[in-house]
Design a protein around this ligand. Structure first.
Ligand SMILES: NC(=O)c1ccc[n+]([C@@H]2O[C@H](COP(=O)([O-])OP(=O)(O)OC[C@H]3O[C@@H](n4cnc5c(N)ncnc54)[C@H](OP(=O)(O)O)[C@@H]3O)[C@@H](O)[C@H]2O)c1
Length: 280
């Protein structure tokens, strides 16, 4: 039996609230995990030019018997390619590797330190106008960057994909996204597995007969306009993570999990990262 995952609105496009993260799935394993995930009910697959697995993601999609129109596929352009010509070339190459006529969501993977944002946003809008993406958006954008991008974009920005899990408060960015009707997609949603060892999350999970990963994912998708893209290569965890759609947390539990955020909770620090907004 496949699980039916609810969707959230991403600029008029329905984005399944749980998706499959595919970093760092490669080769035959990537093909089989994507196919298996779709068979279990995943309809949202997250990849990127940088993951070097778009061909395998496309193959996994084609191996499934689910209609293309029922899937939500995201890919991203790397910051080296944010000059307008490069962005359009990268988008075209991603489609070719995926073997798809369009993606559902095309994102700027990280902001650039060299290319003016306005130029990249104009090219991003062109990707949508060409019909290469049903929706467009950004990733790893701070509040100021969300504001600047939203002011410039002539097509709606659907989403900001950011690191978000119980140890990292993203209140300010969430508020900025909500001001502009943008969804938030949470990456590293189970803090790369760390939630499994958390006594508070374990206690809440036990109360629901659930696992800590399910509770962390539930905490995310129970917030308005938030989706989550956990990665796993294991069938039993694909099933487990989908189980986040099958129960609810109380308001008190939601608040208790939010209270786990800490100033050093961020996991992803890259050289090209922007100066992040201060966590609350
Ligand atoms: N936009 C960006 O800059 C950006 C950055 C990072 C990630 N992402 C996207 O977000 C996705 C998710 O982030 P992530 O992969 O970094 O972290 P994550 O999903 O929080 O954690 C993945 C890790 O947790 C393990 N895991 C998965 N399910 C589990 C479960 N139920 N119980 C215990 N452990 C479990 C996985 O191992 P097994 O595979 O062995 O199960 C893997 O080691 C990525 O795959 C990628 O698509 C985007």
């Amino acid at each position: 039996m496949t699980v039916k995952v609810p969707t959230i609105d991403a600029a008029g496009v329905a984005m399944p609230a749980i998706g499959l993260g595919t970093w760092d799935l490669r080769g035959a394993e990537c093909v089989s995990v994507v196919g298996e995930a779709i068979g279990l009910g995943y309809r949202h697959i997250d990849t990127a030019a940088m993951y070097a697995n778009e061909r395998e993601v496309g193959e996994g999609i084609r191996a499934s018997d689910v209609h293309r129109g029922d899937l939500f596929v995201t890919t991203k352009v790397w910051p080296d390619n944010l000059a307008p010509k490069d962005l359009l070339r990268s988008a075209g190459e991603s489609l070719e590797r995926l073997g798809l006529a369009y993606v559902d969501l095309f994102l700027i993977h990280w902001p650039s330190r060299t290319v003016p944002l306005a130029q990249s946003i104009d090219a991003l809008c062109e990707v949508k106008r060409r019909g290469w993406a049903r929706a467009i958006g950004v990733a790893n954008f701070t509040v100021a960057m969300v504001e600047e991008a939203a002011a410039r974009a002539v097509e709606p920005l659907a989403c900001n994909q950011i690191e978000y899990h119980p140890y990292l408060s993203q209140t300010r960015v969430l508020e900025a996204c909500r001001r502009h009707d943008m969804a938030v997609t949470a990456y590293c949603p189970i803090a790369r597995g760390a939630v499994s060892d958390d006594p508070v999350i374990q206690e809440i999970a036990a109360g629901h007969g659930r696992t800590p990963s399910q509770v962390a994912l539930r905490w995310l998708i129970q917030q308005p306009g938030v989706a989550a893209i956990p990665k796993t290569a294991r069938r039993e965890r694909l099933i487990e993570n989908l189980g986040a759609v099958e129960f609810s947390l109380t308001e008190a539990e939601m608040a208790r999990i939010a209270g786990l955020a800490r100033p050093d909770g961020r996991l992803i620090e890259e050289d090209h990262a922007p100066v992040w907004d201060a966590a609350e």
